[in-house]
Design a protein around this ligand. Structure first.
Ligand SMILES: *Cc1c(COP(=O)(O)O)cnc(C)c1O
Length: 422
């Protein structure tokens, strides 16, 4: 048995954790008399305790000020979406003018593709990963069709290796093969099923060298990995805020448009909230976009939906992505080490072993096959250890560095052992 596999070790590692105070800033779901060991922050992040006050502030303002809430005070609704811009930019490594909180993830993907997917007869194709999150595939396939092209030839899905992983070589080979036909490379920051993380700058370099636009879906990367979106050179990116960014079910999503496109005359689907803020209320007939990401907005934003984001981003700002990443590597490394030392006969780790190629999440396969996997998953949930199940055979366990700790990881390992030994 490993020395690390003891309550003493977990307790001392948690006591030495510089971010340990953040756990108390969240509502931890209960399992009977104890807290759940919650490993599903990659699906729905926990509620920050500060979220309720932010939502109540909006409700109070609405109750007391009604329409004048648009124009009064620091948190006036006219500029409310901008309250989160600077913090968001810091988290994804962008300039404040490059990011905006708006709509939902899939909607942002479509709206940005209006400008950034401009297929021609010579260059009609999109390159994406095989096995992508279904919404992304539906969005890309429908965009190809919308432009009158054929997904069978123009939606190119890169196949992973036998281990289910891509690695940069598979992407480079696909770009080399199809580069002359590519209008767009759309890639995840972290693949949702395997947890494989990608080098955004390198993918951008490959795509641009082939003459394609490069966009990213950062649903599983934002708030998980320290990103440098501006420096990566990516043309655009989208993400959601309800996973690692803890802003609640269906939270308002995020979008990035690189500064080099700030004044682009690419086509876009316009709405009044994207109009230059200084002249928006002249209510003129001609659309003048706000430079930068703000110019891609359509509607006045759902203020109640944005409110929890403020509470969550304050915690990220206070903790800082470098410290979060350091803890994340330690915690996920601890989980991986114990799986190898204590559970090697039971579980196979599908996520890359190299910490540089993964984020918080480990994707696990039960060696006995799918039915055994389902059985273990249900045993865990029945014992207060919550991961999630992704068909056909993956259990995802994602320690979130803001609120998970080494003791949670021990509970996971012991619960798997009890199942194995039963
Ligand atoms: C979570 C997730 C989505 C969800 O899309 P919504 O528009 O927010 O419902 C889409 N794509 C990926 C890759 C995801 O991980």
């Amino acid at each position: 048995m490993s020395d690390l596999f003891t309550d003493d070790y977990a307790a001392s590692a948690d006591a030495a954790d510089p971010l340990r105070r953040f756990r108390a800033q969240f509502h931890m779901p209960r399992f009977g008399d104890v807290e759940q060991a919650y490993f599903v922050g990659n699906s729905l992040g926990l509620q920050p305790r500060g979220a309720r006050a932010q939502v109540e502030d909006v409700l109070d303002k609405w109750a007391m000020e009604a329409v004048e809430g648009h124009f009064r005070g620091n948190s006036q609704w006219m500029t409310y979406h901008g309250l989160v811009g600077a913090q968001l930019a810091e988290i994804v490594g962008a300039q404040p003018e490059e990011v905006v909180a708006m709509n939902s993830l899939t909607a942002n993907l479509h709206f940005l593709m209006v400008g950034f997917y401009r297929p021609t007869a010579e260059r009609p194709a999109i390159l994406m990963e095989a096995g992508a999150f279904p919404s992304d595939r539906y969005a890309l396939e429908s965009q190809v069709r919308f432009h009158g092209f054929d997904p069978a030839t123009d939606l190119i899905e890169v196949q992973p290796g036998d281990d289910g992983l891509f690695g940069i070589d598979a992407i480079a080979a696909a770009v080399a093969e199809h580069g002359h036909r590519l209008a767009l490379v759309l890639w995840p920051g972290v693949q949702y099923r395997t947890g494989e993380a990608f080098d955004l700058a390198e993918i951008t370099r490959l795509g641009h060298a082939a003459g394609a636009i490069v966009g990213f879906d950062l649903a599983h990367a934002a708030g998980n990995l320290p990103l440098r979106l501006h420096d990566s050179g990516a043309d655009f990116a989208v993400w959601c805020h309800y996973k690692y960014l803890n802003s609640g079910p269906g939270a308002v999503a995020g979008a990035f448009v690189h500064a080099r496109h700030a004044d682009t005359d690419r086509p876009r689907f316009a709405g009044w909230w994207g109009h230059d803020a200084s002249t928006r209320f002249r209510m003129g007939p001609d659309f003048q976009p706000t430079p930068g990401a703000d110019g891609w907005q359509l509607s006045n934003p759902p203020i109640l939906g944005l409110a929890p984001l403020r509470a969550s981003l304050d915690l990220f700002t206070e903790a800082g992505m470098p410290a979060l990443r350091a803890k994340s590597e330690a915690l996920t490394g601890y989980l991986a080490t114990l799986i190898r030392s204590e559970l090697d006969a039971v579980l196979d780790i599908a996520t890359p072993a190299d910490p540089a190629r993964r984020g918080a999440q480990l994707s696990l396969r039960v060696r006995g096959g799918r039915e055994q996997g389902r059985n273990l998953f249900e045993h865990l949930a029945g014992n207060g250890v919550l991961g999630d199940w992704r068909e056909p055979d993956v259990i995802r366990i994602s320690p979130a560095p803001l609120y998970n700790n080494h003791a949670d990881v021990l509970r996971f390992v012991r619960a798997v052992q009890r199942w194995r030994d039963a």
